[in-house]
Design a protein around this ligand. Structure first.
Ligand code: ADP
Ligand code: MG
Length: 395
């Protein structure tokens, strides 16, 4: 199989992730799920694989909302996907309720969603749409919304904090109305942390709600060793590239890439393009090292830029930068006291709790890991490969 790093994958090209998908499905039996991870960890691939291979009794509706900037466009996306299902309801016309609500507002059949009266009635339309889906499908339905937090952030940017708050609250109310029947679940996925947006709404717009505290929060991370082995078989064995000591090779690949599929694909692509016939574990080191300053590869610039945007809004960017810079120089966990000392040496810290809360945000946002096995809090980068990049580019 040809490696296709950063490509839009579907079907057989999406490898592995069976274990993660099985886990998400078990959670969805119970409640809705918020799936989080850094950009490019493989969320979209997981959602697509789930949508392409639905489990028995479930109908998936997968929507992309990254470019959505008004709640009505979210209604539009879900409607379009639901409509495409062509599911006939036993009780009436599929999507009959939302269609008649639309007609009542616009005086016409569903055409576009941009008409001002339609936009301003987005709440009612969203409610009726979800109610149609929940009440009229034979199956249970999982509405999967990819890049959900990005959509909320866009809505806040364009229409203000009150609009973002209203959208989150409305969606939560709708979920709480229809989820107890067990017929509908939401799987919201996103790279930028929803908690950051919620924190901003709380700080700046008096938001009091907690839009996801009734959801399971699942974090996607690197591949299991079994999936790393599968990737190596597909991209190397199948392409006639022999691995010296395959066991050690796969372990090295896992260790150096943190099992992140995109970097495994990049390394394998380089092996494929250089027409190698044989590769050793050390070659993984060599290729990654050679790629580190390649600007065509989407390394962690995005995560670095986020410190200057979202973290700045929270007033935490300088503290976050200092913490990450310090930790990028340390392979092992660093005690919280040492982090505090370093930050204090770099800037005026009025209150240590400010630094602690920045550490918490960085943890929630997948930059860091915390270890408490020694009885005190110690931190390091979640991904070794991110630390490596950070040290070279931001250290
Ligand atoms: N299961 C997988 N099998 C093969 N490649 C994958 C898989 N998951 C992710 N990738 C690789 O990583 C890239 C980013 O994955 P994607 O699902 O778009 O991440 P995210 O949605 O988290 O940003 C893909 O373009 C692909 O190259
Ligand atoms: Mg994605």
């Amino acid at each position: 199989m040809k490696a296709n790093p950063a490509g839009a994958l579907s079907g057989q090209a999406i490898l592995g992730r069976q274990r993660e998908i099985a886990h998400l499905r078990r959670e969805l039996e119970k409640k809705s799920v918020l799936l989080t991870a850094e950009r490019r960890v493989g969320k979209t691939c997981v959602l697509r694989k789930m949508a392409e291979n639905p489990s028995i009794g479930w109908t998936p509706i997968l929507c992309w909302v990254e470019s959505v900037r008004h709640p009505i466009e979210c209604v539009e996306r879900i409607y379009a996907e639901a409509n495409a299902l062509h599911v006939r309801s036993p009780k009436g016309v599929w999507l009959g309720r939302v269609k008649s609500a639309y007609q009542a507002i616009a005086g016409t059949q569903v055409a576009g969603w941009k008409l001002p009266p339609i936009r301003s009635e987005w709440k009612r339309l969203l409610h009726d749409l979800i109610s149609d889906i929940a009440e009229n499908t034979g199956n249970r339905v999982v509405v999967m919304i990819d890049e959900f937090p990005q959509m909320v952030s866009n809505i806040v940017d364009d229409h203000g904090g009150a609009a973002g708050r209203e959208f989150l609250d409305t969606l939560r109310e709708i979920r709480q109305e229809f989820e107890p029947s067990g017929r509908i679940r939401f799987l919201l996925s996103g790279s930028i942390g929803l908690h950051l947006i919620v924190q901003h709404l709380k700080a700046e717009h008096g938001y009091k709600g907690n839009p996801t505290n009734d959801m399971a929060i699942e974090r996607l991370s690197g591949m299991t060793i079994e999936d790393v082995q599968l990737m190596c078989r597909k991209y190397l064995d199948e392409e006639g590239i022999r691995r010296d000591c395959p066991g050690e090779f796969d372990e090295r690949m896992l260790q150096l890439t943190d099992g992140l599929p995109i970097y495994i694909q990049y390394v394998c692509e380089r092996f494929q393009e250089s027409k190698r016939q044989q590769v050793s574990p050390d070659d993984v080191d060599v290729e990654l090292r050679a790629m580190m300053d390649n600007r065509e590869i989407e390394w962690f610039r995005n995560a670095a830029e986020r410190i200057e945007t979202y973290y700045k809004r929270l007033g935490a960017n300088r503290r976050a930068s200092a913490i990450l810079k310090m930790l990028s120089g340390e392979e092992d966990f660093v005690p919280e006291e040492a982090v505090l000392d370093y930050v204090r040496s770099q800037m005026i810290v009025e209150d240590d709790d400010q630094v602690r809360s920045t550490l918490e945000i960085l943890l929630d946002d997948n930059y860091l890991l915390c270890d408490t096995s020694t009885g005190r809090r110690r931190y390091r980068f979640r991904y070794g490969i991110m630390r490596w990049w950070w040290k070279i580019n931001r250290g």
